[in-house]
Design a protein around this ligand. Structure first.
Ligand SMILES: *Cc1c(COP(=O)(O)O)cnc(C)c1O
Length: 339
């Protein structure tokens, strides 16, 4: 695989198995009489895999270039990002403290104890709790305050913030992924018509879109909203695109019409299942033996299924789904198998 071109001047560390496979879902492709491809970023290798390992390669590269010895970050109780940050810290021999936010109203003991929080405890991270749900800036600030305390103790902390105001080094990982995907599409000689990705903090969506457009590739990227309505999410993706452009020092000229955000699969909200996501999770498990997750990939695959049902793609068309991981959080949703 060629070295990443656009991001090569940025420091990074190696955390992921790359390239991840790009596979055809043969059974589902048969069922829907078209070609459905899955980019297996759930198989990045680090601590059950997922999109955060590509993002963390650049965050930790930046942290190490500043001499940091301790990582701090924040997320929901079942955050994959928190789990993978702890794993990345362990692999790169850094200390790590995480903050778990009360973002999702779920009382089940499994949600609070199983899956990601279990793994975070297994890896021995110091855990702080943040009692508020939707308060991104407040959650970041609490970590920044904690970093100040650590500095006074002689540590060199590095905060990985989540708000869209911060520099999204993580998006560089998805610019690199776009180059990887384009090389794979070229080698199997297909030109997809649609590309489905979850759109959360938007580092993945923004990075991919930018990476594709920077290579002159016009493929529509369907960003599926998992936390905010389509209008706010579109603004957020554009903000991230512009800050990554500033980081790279060039302007790809992405306009708002090119930022597709679909929030029809978001309700009842972040981290909460709905009927289409539940059906998508069961479908992929039962037809392909692949695990999605309730918060991100399940809702994104639900959007893809909806698209197949409402459009007339055929055997000459190719649709790609980016599987961003998240399967450990399945263990926090026992109701998936209770009926
Ligand atoms: C974080 C996450 C996403 C969303 O990625 P962003 O870059 O935050 O938009 C999607 N899927 C999974 C499994 C995640 O953990």
């Amino acid at each position: 695989m060629a070295q990443p071109m656009l991001t090569k001047s940025f420091p990074s560390v190696n955390l992921s198995h790359k390239p991840t496979p790009l596979e055809r879902l043969d059974n589902l492709s048969d069922d829907y009489q078209t070609n459905i491809w899955i980019k297996r970023d759930d198989c990045t290798g680090l601590a059950f895999g997922g999109n955060k390992s590509r993002q963390l390669e650049y965050y930790i590269g930046h942290a190490k270039s500043l001499g940091a010895d301790t990582l701090l970050t924040t997320g929901a109780i079942q955050s994959n990002h928190v789990r993978m940050t702890v794993a990345a810290a362990r692999k790169t021999n850094m200390d790590v403290e995480v903050q778990l936010e009360h973002r999702v109203d779920r009382d089940q003991v499994e949600y609070h104890e199983s899956g990601n929080p279990f793994l975070v405890k297994l890896m021995g991270a110091k855990i702080h709790y943040y009692p508020v749900g939707e308060d991104e800036d407040g959650a970041d600030q609490a970590m920044i305050d904690r970093a100040e305390v650590l500095k006074r103790e002689g540590k060199k902390p590095y905060v990985i913030p989540m708000s869209s105001a911060s520099t999204p080094y993580g998006a560089l990982g998805y610019i690199e992924a776009a180059e990887e995907i384009l090389a794979q599409l070229e080698s199997i000689n297909i030109a997809p018509v649609r590309f489905f990705v979850p759109s959360g903090s938007a580092s993945t969506h923004a990075g991919l879109l930018l990476g594709l457009r920077a290579s002159g590739y016009a493929l529509p990227v369907d960003g599926i909203c998992v936390r905010r309505d389509a209008q706010s999410q579109q603004q957020r993706v554009l903000t991230k695109v512009h800050s990554v452009e500033a980081l790279l020092g060039f302007d790809v000229g992405i306009v708002s019409d090119d930022v597709i955000c679909d929030d029809r699969f978001l309700a009842p909200g972040y981290g909460l299942l709905n009927a289409p996501a539940t059906a998508a999770i069961k479908l992929l498990a039962r037809r392909e033996g692949i695990f999605l997750d309730p918060t991100y990939s399940g809702k994104t695959f639900a959007a893809l299924i909806d698209c197949l049902q409402s459009s007339s793609y055929g055997m000459d068309d190719h649709i790609v789904f980016l599987h961003t991981g998240g399967s450990p959080s399945l263990f926090g949703y026992p109701e998936l198998v209770s009926d």
